[in-house]
Design a protein around this ligand. Structure first.
Ligand code: GLN
Length: 479
């Protein structure tokens, strides 16, 4: 086996080595497969390693000899289990879809396929992307590769763990309320949620459609940027995909204040925010100051209700989206008894506890007589939060917060207390509510050696601002 330094490998370094013949696609992929066979039975980052890796490797290598290789050709990637890859199982880590084989490619997969990326396998997640610890999977929890007693975050915990254990160079996840940024934070890597409408959701299993967004996991901000640039597209298959010209227009409508970093002090004064997290955040702000950024205290008072609004909007959309899993058309089916029995048994057996909880909540929220009080009000709050952010972005270029209100927690610590678990997304949910991009970047270590993370948010379609400040921060921070 070729001795490749996976720890310090980036997309650009791998690309140079593949192009220069220092190692082949086969050799690179074999190194990752060796790590996976050594570590995955314990960590459980992957639910399956794909059986067509050989074909993928051959066609990627051919692109190098043809001269058609791109920067992503031959790069090994891990795919969250809720993105369709034709001919392969995609289960959303649910018993409901345990044996479901995708019949078409999601748009992200089809884009990356053309570039000759090597899909290594599908990664574990909280069932249907609901959770913050990857303990809600029907196929066992994923361990945090940095400390096996701890959770890797969620819901894209498998993707984050795959990259953190050097079981893939990069990975894709989906983020509805924090599911890329929070596991990136817990696993000590970079995770990014792009602007809503920039990366196609076609072929991503719908969870809460007005909030879901696909994005990258990587070890460096530059790698996240490369992946984002590759997967962002205008997709006619997806109704909320924003045309390129419209993105440009909206991005340039925000005044340039890129050196001013907004800090929402009112968010940090609430309950449930860990003291170590606050201290690390202040240290991060000092780094930004030294880098020449101007720190500005901002106020986002309505945004403090983001989490409350999320837990109305999200279950409502979930109850509607997951109605398709009825035991009749596809997915787990128990055909005993009459039609009502089929529905009840199929859904009761197919869905886990958290998914059932959200469906029940959502059904209640949308029911006659409650719809206006709950869903209607949450919609109004959402609009106010959007307005509030828009105004703040007239005075600052980016906003900085901690990524998670607390450091990684132990497995089992929050499983019995859904509200404590929901707090995980306190700082990440607002970006989904508003639709703006956010990036999580490692910012140091806790007293017991676990990762801290800082989050930057930017106006709609201003991902470039996140990459710029992200790279500056990353090069200055001591980990
Ligand atoms: N943790 C949040 C939830 O459980 C967010 C999940 C996500 O972003 N997919 O809903």
């Amino acid at each position: 086996m070729k001795n490749i330094d996976l720890k310090n490998l980036t997309i650009e370094k791998a690309h140079e080595s593949l192009r220069g013949g220092e190692f082949s696609v086969r050799e690179l992929v074999d190194r990752y497969l060796a790590v996976i066979s050594e570590k995955n039975s314990d960590i459980n980052a992957y639910l399956e390693i794909y059986n067509d890796i050989n074909e993928q490797v051959l066609s990627a290598q051919k692109m190098f000899s043809d001269g058609t290789a791109t920067i992503l050709t031959g790069i090994p990637i891990a795919l969250k289990d809720n993105m369709l890859f034709a001919g392969h199982i995609a289960s959303a880590s649910s018993k409901m879809l345990e044996n479901y084989t995708a019949t078409y490619d999601s748009t992200v997969v089809s884009i990356l396929k053309k570039q000759g990326v090597v899909f290594l396998g599908r990664t574990n997640m909280d069932e249907f992307a609901m959770g913050s610890s990857t303990e809600n999977s029907a196929f066992g929890r994923t361990k945090n590769p940095l400390a096996p007693d701890y959770v890797p975050g969620g819901s894209s915990g498998g993707s984050a763990a795959a990259v953190a254990m050097e079981g893939a160079l990069i990975a894709l996840g989906s983020d509805t309320g924090g599911s890329i940024r929070q596991p990136a934070a817990f696993c000590g890597i970079v995770g990014m949620k792009p602007t809503y409408g920039t990366v196609s959701r076609s072929g991503l299993m719908a969870m809460a459609s007005s909030l879901d967004q696909i994005g990258p996991f990587a070890k460096t901000v530059r790698d996240a940027e490369i992946i984002f640039s590759a997967i962002t597209s205008h997709d006619p298959l997806e109704a909320t995909s924003v045309p390129m010209e419209a993105r440009q227009l909206q991005a340039t409508s925000y005044k340039l204040q890129t050196n001013r970093v907004g800090v929402p002090r009112d968010w940090l004064s609430g309950e449930g925010i860990d003291e170590e997290v606050k201290k690390n955040f202040e240290e991060s702000l000092n780094i930004l100051k030294k880098l020449g950024y101007e720190l500005v205290d901002i106020e986002l008072p309505v945004s403090r209700y983001s989490l409350a609004a999320y837990y109305i909007l999200q279950p409502a959309e979930v109850s509607s989206n997951l109605a398709r899993f009825d035991g009749i058309r596809y997915g787990h089916s128990n055909q005993e008894g009459d039609l009502l029995d089929v529905y009840e048994k199929s859904r009761g057996e197919g869905f886990g506890k958290e998914v059932r909880r959200r469906i029940l909540l959502g059904t209640y929220i949308l029911s006659h007589g409650y719809y206006d009080a709950f869903y209607g009000t949450a919609g109004i709050v959402r609009t106010q939060i959007e307005e509030e952010f828009k105004k703040v972005f007239e005075t600052v270029g980016v906003i900085a917060t901690p990524t998670s209100p607390f450091p990684p927690f132990k497995a089992g610590e929050k499983t019995e207390d859904p509200l404590a678990m929901y707090m995980s997304d306190l700082f990440t949910v607002p970006a989904n509510i508003v639709g703006i991009p956010g990036i999580a970047i490692p910012s140091g270590k806790t007293n017991n050696g676990l990762p801290h993370s800082i989050q930057f948010m930017a106006p709609h379609f201003c991902e470039d601002r996140l990459f710029a400040i992200g790279k500056a921060f990353e090069s200055a921070v001591q980990l």
